[in-house]
Design a binder for this molecule. Structure first.
Ligand code: CA
Length: 123
C-alpha cells in the first residue's frame, strides 16, 4: 500500500492496492478520485465527515493511514475530544467513530495543540 502524508487539502488513498488521489477533507466532506492506472476518475464524495466546516485544519489535523490492516487507507482525525476514525470500504468511508479520548485539544483529552504537539500515525 502506498499512502503519502496529506499535502495541503489533498491526500492519497489506497483502495485494494490501487492508489487514488482525493480532493479530500474539503468543505462538504471527503472526496476520492480513484487511480485508473494512467488517469484519475472523477472525484466522488465518500463521506460527509471530516469537512473543513467542522474540522478546522489549524486546530484539528486529519490524516490517512490504514488503521485496521485491510490495505485500504482510513481517515484519522484529531478532534477536541480525541481521535476519530472512518474506515474505508474501498468505495466509501464509514461513519466517523470516536476511537480514543486522548490526543485531543480539550484538557480532558490531553490539551494537544497543533504547532506544539505534533501527532503522527503509521500503519
Ligand atoms: Ca483500512
Amino acid at each position: 500500500m502506498d499512502v503519502s502524508p496529506a499535502v495541503s487539502r489533498r491526500a492519497l488513498f489506497a483502495t485494494t492496492g490501487v492508489a487514488a488521489i482525493g480532493g479530500a477533507l474539503g468543505t462538504l466532506g471527503t472526496t476520492v478520485a480513484l487511480n485508473r492506472g494512467s488517469s484519475f476518475a472523477a472525484p466522488a464524495r465518500w463521506t460527509n465527515d471530516f469537512s473543513s466546516r467542522e474540522w478546522t485544519s489549524g486546530w484539528m489535523p486529519r490524516s490517512v493511514t490504514d488503521v485496521n490492516g485491510d490495505g485500504r487507507a482510513d481517515i484519522v482525525g484529531f478532534a477536541h475530544d480525541g481521535v476519530h476514525v472512518a474506515l474505508s470500504s474501498g468505495s466509501r468511508f464509514g461513519a466517523a467513530a470516536h476511537w480514543a479520548a486522548s490526543y485531543g485539544r480539550h484538557g480532558s483529552a490531553g490539551s494537544w495543540r497543533v504547532g506544539s504537539h505534533p501527532r503522527a500515525i503509521a500503519s
